[in-house]
Design a protein around this ligand. Structure first.
Ligand SMILES: [Zn+2]
Length: 111
C-alpha cells in the first residue's frame, strides 16, 4: 500500500474511532437500567425494554468494531498490514478503505 494511501487510511481510522466513541457513549446512556415499573407507564416501559435490547445490540457491534479499528491502527505501520492472514495476498486498497479493520481479502472472508 502506497505511503500516502496509508496516511489517508490512518486519518480515516482515527476519525471513525472518534465517531464510534461518541456513539458508544450515547448508546451506554440509553442502555442504562430501566426505571422500575411504577416510575413509568407499563406500555412505555415495554417500549423502553424493546428499544434497550436494540440499543444493546448496536452497542455490542460498535464496541467490537472499535476494538478491531484500534487493532488496525496499531498494525497499520507494520509491513504485514493489509496482507490477508489466510492467503497472504495483499487485501485490495478499496476494501481496506471501506473496512480498514479487514484482516482477510474478500475471498477468504467468506470462510
Ligand atoms: Zn485471502
Amino acid at each position: 500500500m502506497a505511503i500516502e494511501n496509508k496516511k489517508e487510511l490512518k486519518d480515516k481510522i482515527i476519525a471513525t474511532i472518534e465517531t464510534l466513541k461518541v456513539k458508544i457513549e450515547e448508546l451506554k446512556e440509553v442502555t442504562k437500567p430501566i426505571a422500575p415499573e411504577n416510575a413509568i407507564g407499563r406500555i412505555s416501559r415495554m417500549d423502553a425494554i424493546n428499544n434497550r435490547s436494540v440499543n444493546e445490540a448496536s452497542l455490542r457491534v460498535a464496541e467490537e468494531k472499535l476494538k478491531k479499528l484500534e487493532r488496525a491502527l496499531l498494525k497499520i505501520d507494520e509491513p504485514n498490514f493489509g496482507i490477508c492472514i489466510r492467503c497472504n495476498k495483499p487485501i485490495p486498497e478499496g476494501r481496506l478503505l471501506i473496512m480498514p479493520e479487514s484482516i482477510t481479502c474478500v475471498n477468504c472472508a467468506q470462510y
